[in-house]
Design a binder for this molecule. Structure first.
Ligand code: PSU
Ligand code: MN
Length: 299
């Protein structure tokens, strides 16, 4: 595992660092815009007062913090594979290029000593999971990884209610940032209420300290941040595209790790880019908030 010198310096000095995932770059956003957006996400972390550490595997080496050449590879290399925790060693041993999911990013971030991580949406329980057993490894990994994940909830392509139930079973806390509602990624409200709300980064930092004090910090904590009202997708358009996307995935026999990328791509095409604009806006907002929380926690 190679920690970028700027990241290693910040960690050694107790300065704020925010980990970023790379599957969103390689599989969640279309080329060639994905490279520019990846840089914008890193810039949003810097604007919020922290050092960005994008995580990926490059030629088999796990990297925490990418230089320009590495980011280029992750965004542009057609051979880049989606890597969850169980795939890390496989891809490393083969010397391949891999993009890390929420699960594997959280794992490597925690291993590097980074406590705050920003992404777009968490993986979760897929619709029909009682038949397919398709539940993202993001959930199990967060149950045993000490990291705060800032995200816009989970996408409506998932079973949101079941995902919240699993987070509860797995001892993963969920805090709403300035909201009592669990966000629905493209939409501000997924239709589900939250038990806990926080209104500023200092309140999150206080909770992180309390977790250490009480020994409940071995599992993850989710900070759910709503997309800004101005960036939200039209609900009617959203519901229509979701229904057609689920039907298309079913008809095409899409399974397993291909499901999330397939549906994201479907949304981007069928909304003529509106979902992409929303996706980018919420990721940038999450990166900024994560940096502010990391700064408050480091203070
Ligand atoms: N949510 C998004 N964009 C994404 C993903 C989730 O809005 O690109 C990615 C993340 O990397 C997440 C992964 O960890 O999809 C979940 O995939 P799966 O359901 O196969 O675990
Ligand atoms: Mn899955």
């Amino acid at each position: 595992m190679l920690i970028h010198p700027e990241v290693a310096d910040a960690l050694a000095g107790g300065r704020p660092v925010v980990a970023l995932e790379s599957t969103i770059i390689s599989h969640g956003l279309p080329r060639p815009d994905n490279l520019r957006i990846a840089r914008e996400i890193e810039a949003a972390v810097r604007a919020g007062g922290a050092v960005p550490a994008t995580v990926a595997l490059v030629d088999g080496q796990a990297r925490v913090g990418l230089d320009d050449a590495a980011l280029d590879r992750v965004a542009g290399d057609l051979a880049v594979v989606k890597v969850s925790v169980r795939d890390l060693a496989t891809v490393a041993a083969r010397g391949a290029v891999g993009a890390t999911t929420v699960a594997s990013t959280a794992h490597l971030a925690a291993r590097a000593g980074i406590g705050v991580f920003a992404t777009g949406g968490l993986g979760g329980v897929h619709r029909g999971a009682s038949e397919s057993w398709d539940e993202s490894a993001d959930l199990m990994t967060l149950s045993r990884t000490p990291v705060l994940v800032v995200c816009a909830g989970v996408k409506s392509i998932l079973d949101v209610g079941a995902t919240l139930e699993r987070l509860e079973s797995l001892n993963v806390g969920v805090l709403g940032y300035r909201t009592d509602r669990f966000p629905g990624f493209y939409l501000r409200d997924s239709g589900f209420a939250l038990d806990w709300r926080v209104d500023d980064p200092a309140a999150v930092a206080a909770e992180l300290r309390a977790r250490v004090e009480l020994g409940t910090d071995s599992s993850g904590l989710v900070l759910a941040n709503q997309i800004a009202a101005a960036d939200e997708l039209d609900r009617e358009l959203h519901d229509r595209v979701l229904a057609s996307g689920l039907a298309a995935a079913e008809a095409a026999g899409v399974r397993g790790k291909e499901v999330t990328p397939f549906l994201l791509d479907w949304f981007h095409r069928e909304t003529a880019g509106a979902s992409l604009t929303a996706n980018v806006a919420l990721v940038l907002a999450n990166a900024r908030l994560a940096a502010e929380v990391a700064a408050a926690a480091a203070a």
